[in-house]
Design a protein around this ligand. Structure first.
Ligand SMILES: [Zn+2]
Ligand SMILES: [Zn+2]
Length: 277
């Protein structure tokens, strides 16, 4: 079983005490690929440095909506410069968070647009964080959709209606451990209707640990619990759900070329691990 964690933050200090153990447990559990997702310029650099250490680990260069008010005029350009590294497989996370409002609404909207503008034509897909901001997120994504090589809605926990809205835009949806929570019935309903080739899975570690590890620090080795549940919903084994979501993630992040699964892939943006290290 090969598991692809499409979204984690193993570089955060939550893991300072035992990062090596966490990575070893991930490998032991079959998590062969992890995308470490940056939250601003500095953490994107740290995520990249961490991903260099383990084959199959990648990074995303982003600016979290919580930090929108710290985004300077030069920052989108600096991020794109960083993102030229072949181990950076996406621009993100970027987006809107109208749940916590760590940055004011208009500042978030402006930052989101300028980051999408910078990502346009970069050839790298975007990873979107959106919370309590469905209408605005969808509207802005629709505006930029054409210039983006791919869009992943990370931590998708909503119901079928919002899933449909994103799917119409050609988005992929990444499901976190919330799928295993008792109160997540609408999300399970959505998971059942998402086309199978558009589903990815993620930990969002250290957040959102699945049942039976709920409310503990999350880590990639817990992904089998989520895959078990996803498999139940899709009528397949956890191992089949792992294969499916891994294949989808490889395709989404442009990693299906040399040494990364399907033979004959020739995507320009696919890094060859040997060249990248
Ligand atoms: Zn997020
Ligand atoms: Zn995240």
């Amino acid at each position: 079983m090969e598991i692809f964690d499409s979204h984690a933050h193993i570089f955060l200090d939550d893991f300072d005490e035992d990062r090596e153990d966490v990575l070893r447990r991930a490998a032991d559990a079959g998590v062969t690929r992890i995308v470490n997702v940056g939250l601003d310029f500095e953490s994107s650099r740290v995520a990249l440095a961490l991903s260099r250490r383990t084959p199959g680990h990648y990074a995303a260069a982003g600016w979290h909506p919580h930090e929108s008010q710290l985004l300077g005029p030069e920052d989108p350009g600096r991020l794109m410069e960083l993102a030229r590294d072949p181990l950076i497989v996406a621009i993100g996370e970027i987006g809107l968070d109208f749940f916590r409002y760590h940055s004011p609404r208009d500042v978030q909207l402006k930052a989101f647009r300028s980051l999408l503008e910078a990502a346009t034509g970069s050839g790298k897909p975007v990873v979107i964080h959106t919370r309590d901001a469905y209408e605005e997120t969808r509207e802005i994504l629709a505006e930029f959709r054409e210039g983006l090589s791919g869009v992943l809605i990370h931590c998708f926990t909503s119901g079928p209606e919002e899933a449909e809205g994103y799917l119409e835009l050609g988005c992929f949806l990444s499901l976190p451990g919330v799928l295993t929570y008792k109160n997540a019935a609408p999300m399970r309903e959505a998971a059942a209707m998402i086309p199978r080739d558009r589903i990815l899975v993620e930990t969002d570690a250290p957040y959102l640990a699945p049942v039976p590890r709920r409310s503990r620090r999350n880590e990639p080795s817990y992904l089998p619990y989520l895959l078990e549940e996803l498999g139940r919903i899709l009528g397949m084994t956890a191992s089949e759900a792992a294969d499916l979501t891994t294949a989808n993630a490889l395709g989404f992040f442009g990693l299906e070329a040399k040494g990364e699964g399907a033979p004959g892939g020739t995507s320009d943006r696919a890094p060859t691990p040997a060249a990248a290290r």
